[in-house]
Design a protein around this ligand. Structure first.
Ligand SMILES: *[C@@H]1O[C@H](CO)[C@@H](O)[C@H](O)[C@H]1NC(C)=O
Ligand SMILES: [Zn+2]
Length: 381
């Protein structure tokens, strides 16, 4: 009997160390804001839809550099919400071909810098099969790297999006919990779009559909999922990135694109006001001027609506933790940020083992690295 007990204790200790606890179905009594939220389409704080701020998140993926900054400057800088506060956008940035002096500029305009991995490597099976250690090098190390080269406070880096939206099971979320990352915005939902899924934590089992498996099934307390609530295209099919929608209006037809955006927006605005996202790569709107103009018109429209707010994605999570009615939200002070300098250094040529035929030039706000930063050596020491 004693011996059995000993073995049972040993097994329990082993389990604790190596296996994460499986998430159990959510108990709304135990799971309360601000630390915990069950996945679902109910409005946080039990608010009525008409009292709920409609958040809109415009996000851009991949490297930030001289090729795309002019679009961001023209579309976003100087734009205000109807409460007089500057709008937000979120940039999911990967390391390669990123100009860190431009990241610093975006940050100093109050926009959100988020993580999109060091390597952004292909094929997407790399991400599917990535281990905890891989994800630590891709995201936890990137957090240090981004803060260092762009000279921005490390605690402002809160969100991530996995390349190709290829989920890595529990691994990316475990890394987030261990390295102080607050939310993931990689997981599309196609089943919970009307009404739309609100952000939730991973303390308990999620009801979200898993579009690109493996999705997390362990209990990972305190880590938030900001679901990418899919759009519906003209053929009735869902898409999570706007530039991946299949059946779209003619790319030169501004009017039809405006209507396409508004129709998708209204599913949220006239529904449960779950956050509405326009998730895109800059090249898509830069190479399709009618799409750009339709988007700008849409922004002009919502920036004049008293209950719609174009914000940094992290601000959506902040609101969900502390849900207040729209009138109270409107009267709150605008977000502030600690401004930082960028002593511009142009560094190179730098060589890298991962790319033997190329030499890199890096634009940074720090001292130059010795070698091109990459996985396992994020500061290029
Ligand atoms: C995630 O963790 C749970 C609980 O330990 C486990 O059952 C599941 O297999 C893990 N997922 C992956 C993809 O490893
Ligand atoms: Zn990408």
């Amino acid at each position: 009997m004693k011996r059995l007990l000993f073995l049972a204790l040993l097994a329990a200790a082993w389990a604790e160390e190596d296996v994460l606890p499986l998430a159990e179905s959510c108990d709304p009594e135990a799971c309360q804001l601000p630390a915990c939220r069950c996945s679902g389409t109910d409005i946080p704080g039990g608010l009525h839809a008409r009292d709920t701020p409609q958040f809109f998140t415009l996000t851009f993926d991949d490297g930030v550099n001289v090729v795309n900054i002019n679009t961001y400057r023209a579309l976003v800088y100087g734009r205000l919400n109807s409460n007089g506060c500057p709008v937000g956008t979120t940039y999911y940035i990967n390391h390669e071909y990123t100009d860190y002096t431009i990241v610093n500029e975006l940050y100093n305009h109050g926009l959100e810098i988020a993580l999109h991995s060091v390597s952004h490597q292909t094929p997407d099976t790399y991400w599917k099969e990535a281990t905890y250690d891989d994800m630590k090098m891709e995201f936890a190390d990137q957090k240090v790297q981004m803060s260092h080269f762009a000279n921005i406070p490390i605690e402002t880096l809160k969100g991530l999006r996995i390349p190709f939206l290829q989920m890595t099971g529990n691994a990316s979320f475990q890394v987030m919990a261990d390295y102080g990352l607050e939310y993931d915005c990689s997981m599309p939902t196609i089943n919970q779009i009307n009404p739309g899924l609100w952000p939730y934590t991973l303390d308990y089992a999620s009801t979200q559909d898993c579009v690109i498996p493996e999705c997390p099934t362990a209990s990972i307390p305190g880590v938030w999922v900001l679901p990418m609530v899919s759009w519906v295209d003209l053929g009735g099919f869902t898409c999570s990135m706007v530039d991946s929608c299949f059946s779209v209006p003619t790319l030169t037809d501004e009017e039809a694109w405006f209507k396409f955006i508004v129709d998708n927006f209204e599913r949220h605005y006239m529904g449960n006001r779950s956050p509405f996202g326009f998730y895109v790569h800059e090249w898509y709107i830069a190479s399709n001027p009618a799409v750009y103009r339709a988007l700008a018109r849409f922004l002009d429209m919502i920036n004049n609506l008293h209950d719609v707010f174009m914000v940094n994605s992290a601000e959506v999570i902040d609101w969900v933790k502390d849900p207040v009615p729209v009138n109270e939200y409107r009267s709150r002070p605008c977000r502030t940020w600690q401004s930082t300098e960028c002593p511009h250094q142009s560094c190179g040529p730098l060589t890298s083992d991962h790319n033997e035929w190329g030499a890199y030039w890096m634009q940074v706000c720090s001292a130059c690295p010795n070698t091109y930063p990459w996985l396992g050596n994020p500061l290029g020491e």
